[in-house]
Design a protein around this ligand. Structure first.
Ligand code: HEC
Ligand code: HEC
Length: 415
């Protein structure tokens, strides 16, 4: 959609104080890309790309990320579905739509899990937190509650995603382009149809020729939909989204904050990391129990199924694949950089939480109270402490959480 320029500028005036804020032109281009509704064979695609799809979940970033303002969370109907054929296969995105078919794509077989759409406010600030800060907060945790730093499969410290599977904002944004909208960007395979109903490249190309009347390079396949500069602009826009606000004037705010502390919530939901205050997350992986477990950790785009999904076996050993392809079994240690276990999740930041319902990784919790009671594992003590509060105190604690609201984004009112 087209936004009045005045609004765009007033938005740019409230950007988060990150490096991205010093690139207003990129941020403005990124705003257009974030709100752009893509169509198949989009004439706006850079370098002759095939536009939206072939496989996609929505036709713009803003379609999912809009609650409480542009860049916000998404309702349960916007959940991304993941599925895998067998228990040793990697989870893949189970796309809802295909440009090849007029109807929504039926869900594939196998086991399924879902991911709720989080808000992106303040993401640039999270991106800026140094790796050392995450190691430092992990080192302070001992005993019952001991989080660990998340790593990507290629050994980088990760901080984004429910499972903590992504190292940087730039990386997540490029993946979102490829996975959610089916856009061809550098270094990411474009999502392909599932094998069972695979339309081969030729039929994709034929449909392109039919729809655009243009000549298509059958050997090289679709060109890029977004250039590296486009992806950088989109990243700059997301990175400039202001951090959520906290409303501190309401009665009981101080008491609620104190109860949050007494109930051990802040063992994981740490108020400040490095220079980022009000985050209420340690960004570490914690075991929060079996009822929240699912194994969809490092899911990927169809076509890159060969994931290195290391797992600890019953003897505490882990299999590692060496560069020559051979597999060795070694003892698991804190430094093993294991992918998240089924019961492990990255502590989600609580800033802006009032405006990001429903809650938890799959959006199963309608209220904040539901979300708190669903914790288990390392957080069992915290849940017991919460349950032992008087009902009025529980409400005061929840009211404290509700004081964390989405930022005021000028453009949001118009979107
Ligand atoms: C179909 C809905 C949908 C669309 C469209 C979508 N997203 Fe998301 N987004 C999600 C979901 C679900 C997650 C959580 C995924 C996870 O953690 O496993 C997410 C997570 C993210 C994150 C990581 C946030 C964090 O704190 O971990 C970023 C950044 C992001 N999206 C950016 C984008 C951008 C940019 C676009 C457009 C190219 C986009 N998204 C399109 C649903 C969507
Ligand atoms: C052991 C670490 C730990 C403790 C202690 C803990 N949490 Fe959490 N919290 C998590 C993790 C991990 C998740 C994500 C779980 C999921 O999505 O399945 C979470 C999720 C949440 C959510 C939902 C966030 C969202 O964006 O959907 C809320 C609200 C929350 N916690 C509040 C609390 C409160 C209040 C307390 C204290 C009573 C508390 N937590 C104690 C780790 C913890």
């Amino acid at each position: 959609m087209r936004l009045p320029r005045l609004v765009v500028l007033s938005f740019v005036g409230t950007v988060a104080a990150t490096a991205f804020a010093s690139q207003p032109a990129a941020v403005e281009r990124g705003l257009e890309l974030f709100t752009r509704t893509w169509v198949p064979h989009d004439s706006r695609a850079a370098e002759g790309g095939d536009g939206l799809g072939p496989m996609y979940n929505a036709s713009s970033c803003a379609a999912c990320h809009a609650q409480g303002g542009l860049g916000g969370a998404g309702g349960k109907e916007r959940n991304v579905r993941l599925s895998r054929a067998g228990s040793t296969d990697a989870f893949l995105i189970d796309h809802r739509f295909s440009t090849l078919s007029a109807r929504p794509v039926p869900s594939t077989g196998g086991s399924k899990v879902e991911r709720n759409t989080p808000a992106l406010f303040g993401a640039g600030l999270i991106d800026n937190i140094a790796d050392e800060e995450l190691h430092a907060v992990a080192a302070t945790q001992t005993g019952e509650i001991t989080g660990r730093v998340a790593f990507t499969t290629d050994g980088k410290v990760a901080r984004f995603g429910w499972k903590g599977h992504s190292a940087s904002l730039a990386d997540f944004v490029a993946n979102a382009c490829a996975n959610e909208l089916g856009l061809a960007v550098d270094g990411r395979p474009q999502a392909q149809p599932p094998k069972g109903e695979l339309y081969d490249r030729l039929s994709l190309m034929q449909s392109a020729v039919r729809q655009t009347g243009s000549k298509v390079d059958l050997i090289a396949g679709p060109k890029r939909d977004m250039t590296a500069r486009d992806v950088a602009s989109l990243t700059a826009f997301v990175g400039s989204l202001p951090a959520p606000r906290q409303v501190t004037e309401q009665p009981g705010h101080k008491e609620g904050r104190a109860l949050f502390s007494t109930a051990q919530c802040e063992a994981c939901h740490v108020q400040t990391i490095g220079k980022v205050d009000g985050l209420y997350s340690d960004l570490l992986l914690h075991d929060v129990g079996r009822s929240l477990s699912d194994e969809g950790s490092g899911y990927m785009t169809r076509g890159t199924e060969k994931a290195l999904l290391a797992k600890v076996d019953a003897d505490g050993m882990v299999e590692e694949t060496l560069s020559d392809g051979s597999v060795v079994r070694v003892e698991a240690t804190a430094a093993s950089q294991l992918p998240p276990a089924a019961t492990e999740w990255r502590t989600p930041p609580l800033w802006g939480i009032r405006d990001s319902a429903p809650y938890l990784h799959d959006g199963r919790a309608v209220t904040l109270d539901d979300a708190i009671r669903a914790h288990g594992g390392e957080a069992s003590g915290a849940v017991t402490a919460y349950n032992n509060l008087e009902i009025g105190q529980q409400q005061t604690l929840v009211a404290f959480l509700e004081s964390m609201v989405a930022p005021t984004v000028a453009v949001a009112t118009l979107y």
